[in-house]
Design a protein around this ligand. Structure first.
Ligand code: ATP
Length: 312
């Protein structure tokens, strides 16, 4: 049995709309998700026995059974017993609790890596089916690229690739957001915005902010795309975290194509059409904020999710 090293990219949300409640307790969502080339490296190595061991070079990442990579390995062992144990080594490059699906992409990489290592020949649809049992963002992370995600995030449709778009990501190192907290805060403050019957939810989907964004994406109109970015959770999270609100204001002063908080935050991203513009923007924002706690990454949109870096 061979070891595999996989690249596990982060995602940003070009759109996140909370439509309403679902009978299963999750939120009904409309999301436009985009992979970017900031990625963790996940190495999968066979182990004798049935043990699952997770190692990570970042001290804040749990390595016990709460790690999404561990959960993915356990799920695969349950579904396909008899293939033995696995050691999963994660090199963390995606910031934690950032709204960039860092844990989800490690879980997706473990599914893809075990499919290869155990020679299972699973289809992308089968991998996404298992991924949905691990978390709402995990199915997207398997195939990545540019996708529309409905339901609780697991109903995926591919969208035309957005070539030549760069995202400057910015996050305060000391600030993380728990996804359940962000949704709970939104729910408490904006319950009147919820559409809960299937009919009302369909009307919301047809009339919501995804309509102009998808039109702009279809036309590859980057100026319009920048203006149509939308995240419902911003209203709740930016009110609670004024530093993040100020970060967004600072980005906007430098007139990027558009600027938005990703997912449940607190990462804020701004779009540009060239790498040089992205690098200049990152420098301008770091100079304006002048806080050593602020980290910036210049990333490019990418067309893929989990990919094999090298069979070892
Ligand atoms: P999302 O955008 O999918 O909501 P996030 O990017 O906001 O997620 P993560 O980086 O996935 O957040 O981390 C959230 C929590 O998940 C962490 O505080 C950590 O305890 C836990 N976690 C479990 N597995 C991992 C992992 N492989 N990497 C990072 N965090 C993990």
């Amino acid at each position: 049995m061979q070891s595999y090293t996989l690249l596990a990219p982060a995602k940003i949300n070009l759109l996140l709309e909370v439509i309403g409640d679902r009978p299963d307790g999750y939120h009904e969502l409309v999301m436009v998700m985009q992979s970017v080339d900031l990625a963790d490296e996940v190495k999968i190595t066979p182990l004798a026995g049935d043990r699952i061991i997770v190692r990570c070079d970042h001290p804040m990442v749990p390595t016990d059974s709460s790690n999404l990579a561990y959960k993915a390995a356990r799920l695969m062992q349950q579904q396909y017993p008899g293939h033995g144990g696995v050691e999963i080594q994660i090199q963390k490059r995606i910031p934690i609790g950032a709204g960039l699906a860092g844990g989800s992409t490690d879980g997706a990489a473990t599914l893809v890596g075990l499919d290869l290592m155990w020679n299972l020949g699973l289809t992308q649809a089968e991998l996404e089916y298992y991924a949905a049992q691990l978390g709402s963002d995990v199915p997207f992370c398997v195939g990545g690229g540019t996708k529309l995600a409905l339901g609780r995030g697991e109903e995926l449709s591919p969208l035309a690739d957005l070539d030549q778009c760069y995202a400057v990501l910015a996050k305060y190192d000391s600030l993380s957001v728990s996804t359940p907290w962000a949704y709970q805060t939104y729910r408490t403050r904006f319950a009147d915005c919820y559409a809960n019957s299937p009919e009302a939810q369909e009307v919301r989907r047809r009339q919501g902010p995804s309509v102009p964004l998808l039109k702009a994406m279809q036309a590859q109109d980057y100026v319009q795309i920048g203006q149509c970015l939308h995240n419902d959770l911003e209203r709740a999270v930016l009110d609670e975290l004024p530093r993040v609100a100020r970060l967004k204001e600072t980005f906007l002063k430098h007139q990027p194509l558009g600027c938005l908080m990703s997912g449940s935050g607190p990462t804020v991203f701004a779009l540009t059409q060239t790498q040089a513009e992205a690098q200049a923007l990152a420098q301008q924002v770091q100079a304006a904020i002048a806080d050593a706690d602020l980290q910036c990454w210049v990333t490019q949109f990418c067309r893929f999710g989990i990919s094999v870096l090298e069979p070892v």
